[in-house]
Design a protein around this ligand. Structure first.
Ligand code: ATP
Ligand code: MG
Length: 358
């Protein structure tokens, strides 16, 4: 058991996007500082962090200086190069630990891990060559989705295959990367469980949210999700099983497909998750504070939901709606301070409390 970080301690965060920004704000509320490590010169987290290092993930001197400056290291994205982790691991504890990164950086490793735990994934087949793809079509069937095993996010690096004519185009789109062929799941809806495990092994899971995607990007999360009491318990137990198996410390997002035959795990994210943003206005302790508490060795906070919430992402020119949203009742606006509203870029989100007034 680690002793809790004292007031004024510094949490190092790899990645300075909106997640790093909101983690920094939560850390500040608890009297803790953050030091952001980010490749780009400007980033959303820089405005609110105590310190920022702008350097590449192969800059040994910068990594060492960062590692020496912080008391613990965490991250806002899972694709951290191994080289950086090899250097950092001797300088400060990394939480969640590297096993969680290893499992979630590669979709094949992830599926193997989940299957070994007794959880269900979409039927899948590894694809390295065009011949593998033909075998996968034969074995798993169509329709299907071909995904690069590494580096995919927001639906990038994915191609749907409806019929055999699509196969060549999908294969070419992978550009020689290792890929995983997944059978298309006919789900009724998608939900996610955001759960935390503390350094003491305690687990706290948020009420599952129901997720709606548009163009492969999360558009909306609604709590409560359309789930029975039994399903809700099953979803939380399933997430807890994953956290315990990894001896995980921090917040994790577990994406699930709901089918008549039960839950199918889509993927896990070893970090705070876009579908957990509703917790900022629906719980006493939101996912960002919960993650900071966990990695700082503090006890987990109260994650019980006290409001019904609909979270909507503001993507690209959704920013045009902001003037109107500023005066909307029961609405909390969260903007990331990104200067340019490019198409497909997550600029902010809005949490609308929909609980009927008593
Ligand atoms: P994100 O970063 O938003 O989590 P991602 O790029 O990691 O996205 P996935 O989560 O694998 O991609 O897939 C994105 C979405 O595509 C899913 O939420 C789901 O709507 C759809 N999808 C993915 N795999 C399948 C599948 N096997 N069957 C049906 N739909 C799928
Ligand atoms: Mg996903």
């Amino acid at each position: 058991m680690t002793s809790p970080l004292a007031q004024g301690s510094t949490i190092g965060i790899l990645g300075g996007g909106q997640l790093g920004r909101m983690l920094s704000m939560a850390a500040a509320r608890l009297g803790l500082k953050t030091h952001i490590y980010e490749q780009s010169a400007q980033c959303p987290a820089a405005d609110v962090a105590h310190r920022v290092t702008s350097a590449a993930y192969d800059d040994e001197a910068a990594l060492r200086a960062f590692g020496r400056d912080v008391d613990v290291i965490t991250y806002e994205f899972e694709n951290i190069p191994t080289y950086a982790l090899d250097i950092l691991q001797d300088l400060a504890p990394i939480r969640p630990a590297r096993n969680a990164l290893a499992v979630s950086q590669d979709r094949l490793t992830e599926k193997q891990f989940l299957t070994d735990l007794g959880l269900r994934c979409a039927p899948y087949h590894a694809v390295g060559t065009f011949d593998d793809l033909l075998q996968a079509i034969d074995k798993v069937g169509l329709p299907a989705i071909l995904k690069t095993t590494r580096m995919g996010y927001d639906g990038k690096g994915q191609m749907r295959i409806a019929n055999i004519q699509d196969a060549q185009e999908a294969y070419d789109a992978m550009q020689g990367s290792m890929a995983v062929f997944e059978g298309f799941i006919d789900f009724s809806h998608e939900v996610s469980v955001i759960a935390a495990r503390g350094a003491d092994g305690a687990i706290s899971a948020y009420d599952p949210g129901e997720n709606l995607h548009k163009n492969g990007i999360l558009h909306q999360t609604t709590v409560p999700a359309r789930l029975s009491a039994n399903q809700r318990t099953d979803a939380v137990l399933l997430a807890a099983k994953i956290l315990n198996a990894l001896e995980y410390v921090g917040v994790m997002g577990v994406e699930l497909f709901v089918t008549p035959a039960g839950f199918i795990v889509n993927e896990i994210a070893p970090r705070v998750h876009n579908s957990g943003h509703w917790t900022q206005n629906g719980c006493a302790t939101d996912q960002f504070e919960q993650h900071i508490r966990a990695v700082a060795g503090w006890p987990l906070g109260d994650g019980q939901r006290y409001a019904d919430v609909v979270m909507e992402n503001l993507i690209g020119n959704d920013m045009d709606k902001v003037p109107q949203l500023t005066s909307q009742p029961n609405t909390a606006l969260h903007l990331y301070g990104k200067p340019e509203a490019r198409a497909g870029r997550k600029m902010g989100h809005v949490n609308v409390m929909t609980t009927p007034k008593a």
